[in-house]
Design a protein around this ligand. Structure first.
Ligand SMILES: [Zn+2]
Length: 105
C-alpha cells in the first residue's frame, strides 16, 4: 500500500512542521513577553479556534470556497477537542523531540 504510506508520511511531515513552528513561536512569545506557559498556550488554543471559525465561514454560504469541504460544527469541534486531549496525554516519540531544550525555556 504505497499510496497509504505516502499519505501517512505527508501527514507526519505536516504534523512535525506545524509542531516545530508553533513551538518556536511559543518560546519566542514567552521570552519577549514574560507571559507564563499556560497563558501563551491558551492563546494558541484560541488562535486555533478562531482559525477554525474563519475557515468554516469561508466554506459556508453563497460565496463558499470551491474546494468542496463543508464544516460540520458539532463534530468538527469534537474532533478538535479530542485531538487536544489525546495530544496532552501522549508523550512525543524521541525522534520528534527536536525542540526539547527550547521547550523548557
Ligand atoms: Zn476550501
Amino acid at each position: 500500500m504505497a499510496h497509504s504510506s505516502e499519505n501517512e508520511r505527508r501527514h507526519e511531515d505536516a504534523q512535525a512542521h506545524i509542531r516545530a513552528t508553533v513551538m518556536n513561536e511559543i518560546c519566542e512569545v514567552m521570552h519577549k513577553t514574560g507571559l507564563p506557559p499556560m497563558v501563551v498556550m491558551c492563546l494558541v488554543a484560541q488562535a486555533v479556534g478562531s482559525i477554525y471559525r474563519e475557515t468554516a465561514d469561508a466554506h459556508s454560504g453563497p460565496s463558499a470556497c470551491g474546494c468542496g469541504w463543508r464544516p460540520h460544527e458539532g463534530s468538527d469541534v469534537d474532533v478538535l477537542c479530542s485531538a487536544l486531549l489525546v495530544a496532552c496525554t501522549r508523550r512525543q516519540r524521541r525522534d520528534l523531540m527536536t525542540m526539547q531544550i527550547a521547550g523548557r525555556a
